[in-house]
Design a protein around this ligand. Structure first.
Ligand code: TXA
Ligand code: MG
Length: 316
């Protein structure tokens, strides 16, 4: 299949919406990473998303909608969910909520669960595409399963060209790590750290978050131990490069080949994370290794360390 490259204008959006309406797949930019979008109501489109990514079918997908009113057609909101949606949407927060009986989503999207992960993205092109298409879009990150997430249209093409109908090119993603996923079955639980810092969620909720991550029994596949993996092996918390290593710094790191942020800024580091992983992989070459300087485990640093830990984990 030829993968069309669509420009971020009215023509590109029209074409993207037409492909989605015909059951095809379009990768599109969000503020976090590029998503691989398909009609969340269509079994055929959703099955093709799993096939294009090589993703296990027990891993449910996030449903993207333009606003809270549309989200309410698919999920039930209690007072906590309403507060969080009003505070953080549009933006990089995904809420796992009870699925409505009359939602009309493909059961493949939710992997047969009674809950649905739903988010309202902030990126103007994602929003324009949701409006032009006029329905819910299932969209996992637009990369082959287990590999580094895409923050540029070129990254999507490198992983999925020939397997999807089109890529809507919106340039680099501003946030750079995936959305924070919050479970609201019982006490609010952090299922995946991401683009909204857990400190901000705790401030809005007025209570600490429970942690829901369990790599043995993942409720979110971002929770699988090995994920985001480049070709080269990775060493973490490296304060200097050893022989054969490409060292990636954070803040002042004399001798680093690359840096996540020269000034030690966590927001900048998150935005650079996946692109830097790809560059480090290229620099390291076939027998090289990658070493990362320590990143503080606060704010967006938690999402960065979560991704780096999984990138460094033993591969299946
Ligand atoms: O920023 C993002 O969230 C990006 C952009 C494209 O929106 N999307 C993304 O999707 O990261 P994906 O498929 O790579 O990650 C979706 C996560 C998975 O970890 C999945 O297990 C979890 O959402 N998830 C989906 N439905 C769920 C549910 N009902 N309960 C628990 N986790 C769920
Ligand atoms: Mg992903």
């Amino acid at each position: 299949m030829h993968t069309e490259h669509l420009s971020p204008d009215a023509n590109g959006l029209d074409r993207a919406a037409a492909i989605l309406s015909a059951g095809g797949l379009v990768a599109f930019p969000t503020e976090t990473v590029y998503g691989l979008g398909g009609d969340a109501r269509s079994d055929h489109a959703v099955a093709r998303i799993f096939d294009a990514k090589g993703r296990p079918r027990f891993n449910p997908l996030i449903v993207h909608v333009p606003d809270i009113a549309s989200a309410s057609r698919y999920a039930t909101f209690d007072a906590t969910a309403r507060l969080l949606a009003a505070t953080f949407w549009p933006g990089p927060l995904t809420l796992v909520l009870p699925l409505r009986d009359d939602a009309g989503l493909s059961p493949l999207v939710t992997a047969g669960l009674s809950t649905v992960a739903i988010r309202v993205p902030a990126h103007p092109l994602a929003r324009a595409l949701l409006t032009a298409f006029g329905g819910p879009l299932a969209a996992p990150s637009a990369n082959p399963s287990g590999k580094v997430s895409p923050t540029r249209a070129e990254h999507v093409a490198a992983g999925l060209a020939g397997r999807i109908e089109a890529i809507l090119d919106g340039g680099p993603c501003a946030v750079g790590v995936e959305s924070t996923i919050l479970g609201l079955q019982g006490a609010p639980a952090l299922l995946r750290p991401g683009g909204i810092a857990s400190e901000a969620l705790e401030a809005a909720l007025g209570q600490p978050l429970a942690t829901g991550g369990d790599s043995a029994k993942p409720s979110a596949p971002g929770q699988l131990a090995s994920h985001y993996a480049p070709e080269a092996p990775i060493r973490l918390n490296a304060t200097a490069a050893s022989a054969g290593e490409t060292w990636v710094g954070f803040g002042p790191c004399a001798g680093a080949a690359l840096t996540l942020s020269p000034s030690g800024d966590l927001i900048e580091a998150a935005a650079n994370l996946f692109e830097t992983l790809r560059r480090a992989d290229t620099l390291a070459g076939p027998n090289g290794k990658i070493a990362f300087a320590p990143v503080p485990d606060i704010g967006l640093g938690r999402a960065i360390n979560d991704r780096l830990t999984r990138a460094a984990a033993p591969r299946p």
